[in-house]
Design a protein around this ligand. Sequence first.
Ligand code: FAD
Ligand code: A2P
Length: 416
Amino acid sequence: MKQHLIDPEICIRCNSCEEACPIDAITHDASNYVVRPDVCRSCMACLPVCPTGAIDNWIRVLADEAYPIEEQFGWSALPEEQPLPEGLEEDAADEDGAQAARAADGAGQAAEESVLDGTPSTSAGSGVPPWSAAHPYVNLYTHQHAATATVVGNYRITEDSAESDIHHIVLDFGRLPFPVLEGQSVAIFPPGEDARGRPYHARQYSIASPRDGERPRYNNLSITVKRVTRDYDGRAVRGVCSNYLCDLHRGDSVRVIGPLGSTFLMPNLAEANLLMICTGTGSAPMRAMTERCRRLARTDEYRGRLMLFFGARTQRELPYFGPLMRLPKDFIDINLALSREPGQPKRYVQDLLRERAEDVWALLQQPETHIYVCGLKGMELGSLDALRSVVEAGGQRWPDVHAELKAQGRLHFETY
Ligand code: FAD
Ligand code: A2P
């Protein structure tokens, strides 16, 4: 059999493949993402969502000697393909052909599902970009050939008294080509090694600046990084990459791979509307898109509507709060959902979407409205549910509207 494997050296542990797999063949531990050989049917649903290509590895093995996931968890690199025992080469060639045909079948089935409902079956969002999106460059710099950028700015953007320590970090590429679009991301290698002596894997960060640079016409970009000091269960930890990034100084060098991402992209139309829903550092791509529109609007090249739903614990924890609130009200309709503001009821972005249902529905009915959701994993279901309520209150069937939004590249999620 051709065993499907994930390259632990290149994988950035973004979880996209595990989410895309329709039959739970992909799983992970604290160290590696792996494929269960007895479950994977080579349907290829995971291939297009992998930002680095780490997913696309196939090694010929005897079926009863396939690498079990327990062994894959321990790998630092992929094993070499071993020669097959004599006499089996010919059978293997036949089997390769049969397996390729099965894979093509699987891919065909996945493609058919894509046509029917927009994207591979397990994804709630579009697997395609908006039709008018500019064409992105992806993976110009890879694990083996990373780019080097220089830190030209590193500022805390949450109030000093706030618990969340979120930084706006500006990376300059000098004369090295690093063309990006709003909605794309980069991955950054923290220096050093993990407990098993392997170099740390790269971590992914959304780009927070527009395509023409954090500073217009400079070859730089910004990212928004939250210092991880507690794990998901609230235990004290020191997140490797986020702490490394938040502690960088001007003039320091960082190793960067990317650009990553080819679907979470904005439409390239003066009249397009953006409905942006985010929490915490999920505001990064929204900042990039808003700033792109703001720059274009100065010369009347952008005339659409922007509606933002932004969730944070308190106002002090909102990254970019000051600059955001200075934007003109007739340019962007801002809705802040604060969950722990003393004296105020707990609000999530989905609560505000429901409260503004009439206006959201008016926007959604326009064919050039695109929806972007970015931030905490938990908000994905909540936002979908709120969108369903909005659509149903507007008298339409959610499954129909949802399928159309997906198929037209108008509904995008990036949650982590
Ligand atoms: P690690 O050393 O990897 O983890 C330490 C421990 O903390 C582990 O137990 C881990 O499970 C836990 N942990 C990791 N992240 C969190 C968290 N956020 N909250 C609580 N516990 C956590 N991060 C940003 O700050 N800004 C971004 O714009 C951004 N964009 C992303 C885009 C994508 C598509 C993805 C997949 C992730 C994105 N991330 C972003 C998350 C980022 O890639 C890292 O996972 C994050 O910075 C933590 O890395 P670390 O090395 O500091 O922590
Ligand atoms: P909460 O007060 O319940 O944690 P964080 O600061 O952890 O990045 O979170 C950003 C905001 O997202 C917080 O207000 C947080 O509220 C909120 N949040 C947490 N879970 C969800 C969810 N499932 N849907 C929407 N918002 C959420």
